[in-house]
Write a protein that binds this ligand. Structure first.
Ligand code: DON
Length: 303
């Protein structure tokens, strides 16, 4: 199979899906992005890249950042985080409040907003450079030193974050935040507002397809930790559509409301797709169709 031909072909195949779904509007600046973009990049374990469409265009990574924050916390702090966050699918929207009260302020998993706020809180406590920890990891692994927080997107989210403020204050009321609510929210919003391309993200995710090994050959995570983070991505990475994602794509994946999705073929490669139109659960419609096409045609699925 010729990977480049396949990706070029997928760009043509998904055209009917472009413009489907809604571009995220609850963070106004995300709504300013055109709906008909589509990009796809594949990075092999060895760092070879294949890409097509708008693969080099930077977009807001949003919740994809939650994977990297979790990886840093697991790397520095081991399993302690699992006392403060469960690892079960929520079956609810990513910003839902209902389950959190029933479950005494322990979020269902690290990828819903409540869980990511707890992970970010821990990162603030343990990191030497908490304000740049996620960005620095992403710069190192993607090789893109000019990768930055999009300040306009961050400001837009900060001004429209009543839902996340509610979640954070509720977590604090349950004793599940160690740092001030505003500090946790600021750090969370800036990691969500990092701007990256499909190629940047495919390269930066390679440790998930390489038993935790970074691009420079050192270990970020152990092989068991890498297995577990991929398992949580499979079951929780696309929220209340995780069942549909496993059915159609069959890979660990993580989406963001900027329209990006990363997917991991363990011991082989990573794939990043981007298209801003989102389905009901906040996952890119064309991105999901493209990953379905990719795994169905290559057989590169875990099933
Ligand atoms: O907190 C939020 O709502 C956004 N910064 C991130 C949400 C997100 O990307 C959910 N993913 N599909």
């Amino acid at each position: 199979m010729d990977m480049q031909n396949l990706l070029d072909d997928i760009v043509g195949t998904i055209k009917p899906h472009l413009g489907q779904g809604e571009v995220a509007g609850y963070i106004p600046e995300l709504g300013a992005v055109g709906a008909d973009h589509f990009g796809i990049s594949v990075a092999t374990r060895e760092g070879e890249v294949f890409a097509s469409g708008d693969s080099e265009m930077a977009f807001s990574i949003q919740s994809i950042s939650k994977v990297f924050a979790l990886a840093l916390v697991l790397a520095d702090d081991g399993d302690r985080i699992w006392k403060r966050v469960f690892r079960e699918p929520s079956g609810n929207p990513f910003n839902s409040l209902v389950q959190l009260e029933h479950e005494d302020g322990i979020p269902r998993n690290p990828f819903i907003n409540a869980g990511a706020l707890v992970v970010t809180d821990r990162l603030l406590s343990i990191s030497e450079n908490p304000s740049t920890a996620v960005r620095d990891l992403l710069r190192q692994e993607s090789g893109n030193d000019s990768l930055v927080v999009d300040a306009v997107v961050a400001d837009s989210e900060a001004r429209h974050s009543n839902r996340n403020k509610s979640l954070a204050h509720f977590l604090a009321s349950c004793g599940n935040l160690d740092n001030p609510v505003d500090d946790v929210l600021d750090a969370y919003i800036s990691q969500c507002s990092l701007a990256m391309s499909c190629t940047d993200l495919a390269l930066a995710s390679r440790f998930l397809a390489s038993n935790g090994m970074r691009g420079d050959g050192t270990a970020l995570l152990s092989p068991p930790q890498t297995k577990r983070i991929n398992a949580v991505m499979l079951t929780c990475g696309t929220y209340d559509a995780a069942g549909e994602f496993a059915y159609r794509v069959g890979l660990p994946g993580k989406s963001g409301v900027g329209g990006g999705i990363i997917a991991v073929v363990p011991n082989n490669c990573t794939v990043c797709v981007w298209s801003p139109g989102l389905g009901r659960s906040g996952n890119s419609v064309a991105g999901m169709a493209a990953l379905d096409e990719f795994t169905t045609r290559t057989g590169l699925s875990i099933f």
